[in-house]
Design a protein around this ligand. Structure first.
Ligand code: ARG
Length: 248
């Protein structure tokens, strides 16, 4: 079975080498989960945001075409491990666990997770939440936090906004999420508030292990975008755009 697979993969690669005008070699593929403003969200059908700009700039540096695809957050890192995509960029926090499976670029943002709560209930610290129903986006560091720090099962949603909808509907008592999407979710919701940071995290781009040239191109891109003000501008512009989408 193994042999058959190897042969067909090789045959496919040979076919592409000779006949694919727009083979995957020409295109740098980003994989993300686009419910995470301002890092990635949908403008109509188009995936836009800070992470998309970073990845597009990497493609430009390498002289490649660029494509972006959105999947569930759980499937983002597996997609670069399997080679389905080149760059995983989805507000992905660098963690020791993930480092076992992928290489991370230098970080481009310092951030963390917060608790979203109803003002009427207040928030008296993380220990006080133990035993209550806590909503998170599945596969995230918020989920790990509930499992490991609070020692309980979270209620999993497919996006931060779905988790906040569950809070508004009373299906969960709190939500834990990254601060920027959390801020976006509570915009215009006068009965909701967010806590201070409960963790300190850094976002980076993740790639399959053993691609040093790609890693170098990503790190150079991040350093340049930080130095010339592009990163700060992307953060400002996409925060403003995703906030305004929220007002519609
Ligand atoms: N920073 C958190 C993590 O890495 C959440 C990321 C969720 N990102 C997304 N695009 N939905 O687990």
């Amino acid at each position: 079975m193994k042999i058959v697979k190897t042969i067909s993969a090789a045959a496919l690669a040979a076919l592409c080498l000779s006949g694919c005008s727009n083979s995957s070699e020409d295109t740098l593929k980003m994989i993300t989960e686009a419910t995470f403003p301002p890092y990635e969200f949908l403008r109509g059908q188009e995936i836009v945001g800070i992470d998309v700009e970073i990845c597009r700039a990497v493609a430009k540096k390498l002289g490649k075409n660029f494509s972006a695809e959105t999947v569930d957050f759980d499937s983002v890192i597996p997609a670069v491990i399997s080679g389905k995509a080149d760059l995983a960029a989805a507000g992905i926090t660098i963690t020791e666990d993930r480092k076992k499976n992928v290489d991370f670029s230098d970080p481009y943002v310092k951030t963390g997770i917060v608790v979203v709560y109803k003002k009427a209930d207040g928030f008296a610290g993380v220990d006080w939440m133990k035993g209550k129903k806590i909503g998170v986006q599945g596969g995230t560091t918020s989920e790990t936090y509930v499992l490991e720090k609070l020692g309980q099962e979270p209620e999993r949603s497919r996006s931060p906004s779905e988790a906040v909808a569950a809070l508004k509907a009373g299906r969960v008592d709190f939500v834990i999420a990254d601060i920027d999407p959390a801020k976006n979710c509570i915009k215009g919701e006068s009965d909701l508030a967010i806590s201070d940071f409960i963790t300190s995290e850094e976002y980076a781009v993740a790639i399959r292990k053993g691609r040093p040239e790609l890693l170098k191109a990503i790190n150079e891109t991040i350093a340049e975008a930080k130095a010339d003000g592009r990163l700060a501008k992307w953060i400002a512009d996409y925060t403003a755009e995703s906030d305004s989408l929220k007002d519609d």
